[in-house]
Write a protein that binds this ligand. Structure first.
Ligand code: SF4
Ligand code: SF4
Ligand code: SF4
Length: 618
C-alpha cells in the first residue's frame, strides 16, 4: 500500500468529520418521533427514495433553483459542488483502473498524482488526465467567482451578502485554499515528471522555467492535505454542514416529514441545511425598503442553530413568506420562527373564559368577515350586497359579538389560546348546518382551511366571486378601468390562490401585469406577523410597494385582503380597493342592472332560527 506522512492531515480530518456526522445523524434519527420513524420505514424502499436522489442531483449538485435567481450565482455554486463531486468520482475511477489492489485507502485517489507521477501506459490514462484537469478548472472558476462575489456582489444579483462570523470565514478560506493548492501540487509534480494535462502540465512547465519545482513538490502536497483536513474538521461546526444535511433533509421530506407545531428534530435538520447563501436578504423588504439587516432568515436560522437567538430577531419579521419562496433549500422559515415565538410569550388560554356559548343560525352558507374586515367596512358592505344579489341563504357569523379566527394568536406563538377560539367557532359552524364558509380575510381563510378541519367547503371571497360568475348567478359590466392586482401574502404564497382573483378582475377591468406578483409578490408592510416594527419602517415598506405597483399608472390598485387595503391606502395616491368593491361597482352599473330584476326584489330573508350550542371548555 502506498503511503506518505503528508496524507495524515487529510485522513485525520476525514475521520473526525465522518465520526461527528455519524454521531449527529444517529442522535437526530433516534430523537425522531415514532410516527416520523414509521413514515421513514414505510417509504424508504419506494419511489420516494428515487425522487429524493433526483432532487439531490438537481438541487445539491446542479443548484437548479439558484440558477433561477442569477446565472453567475448558479454557475458559481454548481461549479464548486458538481465540479468537486466529479473530481472525486473520476479520481476514484482512475485510481481503480490503475491499481490492482481490491481496496484503496481514501487518500489514494485524492493524492493520485503524487503516488503515480509519471506518464502511465494504462489505456485511458490520457483521457483521465484531461478530464481531471478539466474538472479542476471548473472548480477553480467557481473559487474565482466566489472570491469575486465578496467584492462585486451585484454581478451575482445580490445587493447584500451574508455577514459572516469568524468560524464561517475560517471554513470558507480553508475551502478556497484547497483547489489552488491542488493545482500547485499537481503542477509542480508535472513540471518534474513531464506528466499532466492541458492545465497542470502547462502550469507545471511554466513554474519549472523559473522555480526549483523539485523541492516544492513535497511542501505543496503537505499544504494541500492540511487545507483538506482543516476544512473537514471545520465542516460540522460551520455553514458547510449544509452539504451533507441538505441531502438528508431532501430524503426526509420525500418520506413525508415536515415541521410541526414545535421546533423539533426536523426543524433542527432544516436549520443545519441552510448554507447561508444570503439569497433571502435582498428579498426581505425589511432589508430592501426599511434597511433592517438583522432579522432575515439567514441570521435568524444561524442564531437558532447557535442557541443565541434574540427576542427582537424572532419577532421583528412580517411573516410574509418571501424568503421562504426564494430559499433554494425551501426551508420552512415561517413555521420555525413562529414556533420560536411560543417560547417567549406566556399563553393564557384561560383569558378566554369570558366567551359565552356559541350562537348559531341555520343557513346554507356562512360569511365570516374577520376582525380586519370589520375595520374596513366597505368590504363587508360589498360582500353583503353580493350575497343578496346572488340570493344566498347566508348567516353573517361574526356580524356582532363573535370571536377572532385564532390565527393572529398562532402568529404570536400562542397555540393554546388560539385553540380556545377555534373550538368556539367550530361549535357555531357545525350547528349552523351550512355547507360553505366564505371569508374576506386571507388570514381567516387560511386558518379555517388548514387548522379547523371542517367538513364543509371553505372559500376566500375571491374564489366565491369567481364561482358566482361561472355559475352565471351575476352579470357584470366591463369597466373602463386599468387595474393592478396586489397578491396578499397569506392568500397567494400562503394558500396558492393566484388565478381566481385575476379571473374575476378580467371580467371587470383591464388587468395590468406587475413585476412582483404571484409567488414573488411584495408584502404591504401591514402584517399582523410583526407588531414591533417602527412606524418609519412600516411606512418605508408601504411606500416602496405602492411605488412598484404604480409603475404603469393604474386607475386602481386592487387587493383581496382587508389589512392590505388599509395599509396600502395609507401610502397610495392611487385609490386602493378590495376586489369585492370593484365587483359590486361592476354589478351596479345601470347597463347591467336593467337586466337584473332581482335587485328590485326584497332582500333575501335568512331564517331567524337561532341555536345555542354549549361551548366545550376542554
Ligand atoms: S434561509 Fe434559504 S435563502 Fe436564506 S440563507 Fe438559508 S438557504 Fe439561503
Ligand atoms: S418572512 Fe418576510 S419579513 Fe420575515 S424575514 Fe422573511 S422576507 Fe423578511
Ligand atoms: S396584510 Fe396582506 S400583504 Fe400585508 S402582510 Fe398581511 S397578507 Fe401580506
Amino acid at each position: 500500500m502506498k503511503f506518505d506522512l503528508f496524507v495524515l492531515p487529510f485522513t485525520v480530518g476525514l475521520v473526525v468529520m465522518v465520526a461527528l456526522l455519524v454521531f449527529k445523524y444517529l442522535k437526530w434519527l433516534k430523537a425522531l418521533s415514532r410516527e416520523e420513524k414509521e413514515k421513514i420505514k414505510q417509504n424508504v424502499f419506494s419511489f420516494c427514495s428515487l425522487k429524493a436522489l433526483k432532487e439531490i442531483f438537481l438541487e445539491c449538485l446542479l443548484h437548479r433553483r439558484i440558477f433561477k435567481v442569477n446565472l453567475f450565482l448558479g454557475f458559481m455554486h454548481t461549479s464548486l459542488a458538481f465540479g468537486w463531486f466529479l473530481l472525486i468520482v473520476m479520481g476514484n475511477v482512475e485510481s481503480k483502473f490503475f491499481s490492482d489492489v481490491p481496496l484503496n485507502p481514501p487518500y489514494y485517489p485524492i493524492f493520485f498524482r503524487f503516488f503515480e507521477p509519471a506518464p502511465s501506459a494504462f489505456t485511458f490514462s490520457a483521457g483521465f488526465t484531461f478530464f481531471m484537469d478539466f474538472f479542476l478548472l471548473v472548480v477553480l472558476s467557481g473559487v474565482v467567482l466566489a472570491f469575486t462575489k465578496r467584492f462585486y456582489s451585484k454581478m451575482f444579483g445580490m445587493k447584500k451578502t451574508t455577514v459572516m462570523k469568524p468560524g464561517d470565514k475560517f471554513a470558507l478560506i480553508s475551502l478556497w485554499f484547497i483547489f489552488p493548492l491542488r493545482l500547485l501540487a499537481e503542477s509542480f509534480t508535472s513540471g518534474v515528471y513531464g506528466h499532466g494535462g492541458f492545465l497542470t502540465g502547462t502550469v507545471g512547465r511554466f513554474f519549472a522555467s523559473f522555480l526549483p519545482v523539485g523541492s516544492l513538490i513535497y511542501p505543496s502536497w503537505w499544504a494541500y492535505s492540511v487545507s483538506l483536513g482543516v476544512f473537514f474538521v471545520a465542516l460540522p461546526f460551520s455553514r458547510y454542514m449544509h452539504i451533507p444535511t441538505e441531502a438528508l433533509l431532501i430524503f426526509l421530506r420525500q418520506y413525508g416529514l415536515k415541521n410541526g407545531k414545535e421546533n423539533g428534530v426536523f426543524s433542527d435538520i432544516e436549520i443545519n441545511s441552510c448554507p447561508r447563501c444570503g439569497i433571502c436578504i435582498d428579498k426581505c423588504q425589511l432589508a430592501s425598503a426599511a434597511h433592517n439587516y438583522s432579522v432575515q432568515s439567514v441570521y435568524f436560522l444561524r442564531s437558532v442553530r447557535e442557541k443565541s437567538v434574540e427576542e427582537k430577531v424572532t419577532f421583528d419579521c412580517l411573516l410574509c413568506g418571501r424568503c421562504k419562496e426564494y430559499c433554494p433549500v425551501k426551508i420552512d422559515t415561517i413555521s420555525i420562527r413562529q414556533n420560536q415565538r411560543s417560547g417567549y410569550l406566556p399563553d393564557h388560554a384561560e383569558a378566554y373564559n369570558y366567551l359565552k356559548p356559541a350562537r348559531a343560525q341555520k343557513a346554507d352558507m356562512i360569511y365570516f368577515a374577520g376582525c380586519m374586515t370589520h375595520l374596513t367596512p366597505a368590504i363587508q358592505h360589498s360582500m353583503l350586497k353580493i350575497f343578496r344579489a346572488a340570493r344566498e341563504n347566508f348567516w353573517f357569523m361574526d356580524e356582532d359579538g363573535s370571536v377572532c379566527c385564532g390565527r393572529p394568536l398562532m402568529m404570536a406563538g400562542k397555540a393554546e389560546s388560539a385553540k380556545r377560539l377555534m373550538e368556539h367557532n367550530i361549535a357555531a359552524i357545525k350547528a349552523s348546518g351550512a355547507k360553505l364558509l366564505v371569508t374576506s380575510c386571507p388570514i381567516c381563510y387560511r386558518v379555517f382551511r388548514e387548522e379547523y378541519h371542517l367538513d364543509i367547503k371553505v372559500m376566500h371571497h375571491t374564489q366565491y366571486l369567481l364561482k358566482l360568475i361561472n355559475e352565471n348567478r351575476v352579470q357584470l359590466s366591463h369597466q373602463d378601468l386599468t387595474v393592478v392586482y396586489h397578491d396578499p401574502c397569506e392568500l397567494g404564497r400562503g394558500c396558492g390562490v393566484y388565478e381566481e382573483p385575476r379571473a374575476v378582475l378580467q371580467n371587470i377591468a383591464a388587468l395590468l401585469k406587475v413585476k412582483n406578483e404571484r409567488d414573488h409578490s411584495l408584502c404591504c408592510g401591514g402584517s399582523l406577523g410583526n407588531l414591533q416594527i417602527s412606524t418609519a419602517q412600516r411606512t418605508a415598506v408601504q411606500k416602496d410597494v405602492v411605488a412598484r405597483l404604480s409603475v404603469d399608472h393604474p386607475d386602481i390598485i386592487v387587493t383581496a385582503c382587508p389589512s392590505c387595503k388599509k395599509t396600502l391606502n395609507i401610502a397610495s395616491p392611487v385609490p386602493v380597493k378590495d376586489i369585492a368593491e370593484i365587483f359590486v361597482q361592476s354589478l351596479e352599473q345601470p347597463a347591467v342592472l336593467k337586466h337584473h330584476v332581482f335587485e328590485k326584489e326584497p332582500l333575501q330573508k335568512v331564517k331567524k332560527e337561532e341555536i345555542v350550542v354549549s361551548y366545550s371548555n376542554k
